[in-house]
Design a protein around this ligand. Structure first.
Ligand code: G3P
Length: 224
């Protein structure tokens, strides 16, 4: 499963990239607004750090406006992926831009039929928001299962990008179902390599090692 970071914070992106396992970045208007920076400047910075797909979302809600915004965003870097909302105008813009070879991430996907249509329109990525479905007592994980089955039934190549990830267990579930990508907040990326038993085990290994070496120094100084 590919791992993207879901943020517009450049420090978080740099730190996640330094792990060596980051495949891409997703941003959205809320995440960019939180940073208080110029959108295009921040995208330029992000694309300097991460060479994989970097999703940049349009704010227009009509076909022509979306296409015009996309054209500007595409000038920023070759790895920009255009993020469009799963609405009728977004579907049309997805078809127009995909036909031109532009990579499209169809966002705000909450039901399997949206995923079916955007795949038919040539989307590169579809972003179902699983956490927001869970937030209203739905089953976000089930949505990913449904989309996986539909895409596999018909051989669609659109990648399923699980978004709105709330906790590490979501990631385990996504990997088991076979989501192609998960976009993950920085806090959860930090949790991914953590387990208290790893920390305790390592602490004990090192303490035992020190004890053993101290003992050896006393009994066999030449070997220590
Ligand atoms: O980037 C889209 C998505 O991941 C947003 O997540 O936490 O705002 O539901 P959230």
């Amino acid at each position: 499963m590919e791992i993207y970071i879901d943020t517009a914070n450049i420090d978080e992106i740099r730190e996640a990239a330094s792990l060596g396992v980051l495949d891409g970045v997703t941003t959205n208007p809320s995440l960019v607004a939180k940073e208080g920076v110029a959108f295009h400047d921040r995208l330029t910075e992000i694309c300097d750090v991460v060479k994989g797909p970097v999703s940049a979302e349009v704010v227009a809600t009509d076909h022509d406006g979306m296409v015009a915004e996309a054209e500007q965003l595409l000038k920023i870097a070759p790895n920009i992926v255009i993020k469009l909302p799963c609405i009728v105008e977004g579907l049309k813009a997805c078809k127009t831009l995909s036909d031109r070879g532009v990579k499209i991430n169809m966002t705000l996907c909450f039901q399997p039929l949206q995923a079916l249509l955007v795949a038919k329109a040539g989307a590169y990525l579809v972003s179902p928001f699983i956490g927001r479905i869970d937030d209203i007592s739905g089953d976000g994980v089930e949505l990913i299962q449904q989309i996986r089955q539909i895409y596999d039934n018909y051989g669609f190549s659109t990648k399923i990008l699980a978004a709105s990830i709330r906790h590490p267990m979501h990631l385990v579930q996504m990997a088991m179902i076979g989501a192609d990508v998960a976009t993950v907040p920085f806090k959860i990326i930090q949790q991914m390599m953590k387990h208290p038993l790893t920390d305790v085990g390592l602490k004990n290994f090192l303490a035992d090692w020190d004890k053993g070496m101290a003992m050896l120094k006393k009994t066999e100084p030449a070997l220590a």
